[in-house]
Write a protein that binds this ligand. Sequence first.
Ligand code: FES
Length: 172
Amino acid sequence: MHIEKKIKIKPQSTDYQVDIPDLEKIIIDCNGISGGLIPLLQRIQDRFTFIPPQAFKLIDKELNIPESESLGVATFYTQFKLNPTGKYTIKICKGTACHVQNANKIFDVISEYLQIKPGETTEDQLFTLELVSCLGCCSLAPAIMIGEETYGKLDDRSVISIIKEIQDRESK
Ligand code: FES
């Protein structure tokens, strides 16, 4: 697949320590499987929670594709993350039902409390923030998911106490 150069590629930190032999093994094992690049990127993300910057050159070489093509594909599809995610991903619903029930306020208090924006991860690597268009539980609006748990009918106080509870639990 050829991805045009107009895609804006966000710079990636090169400080991430990853298990390079493990990364190489995944790339070599996946070479030749049907669909090629996308399943390979998915496997790498499953293993590392994101696509490490070291992966792209290795992939281009192993799959014998033009330089930066794998980076272009990873940047094009929103399913791929170029930075490590936290232990918990907080998905804040901005769909219509949640929007009319003040989802913006929920977003603002979480973002301010954790000091992160969508796509960012807290320094302690506990939380990553994501905005989604519907969580499929509109009757619970405004709703969020933290990890696999869904929380609904939230207000600015209840949502912060849920996050604090997780922080307390994780600090023990
Ligand atoms: S719109 Fe938020 S859960 Fe559907």
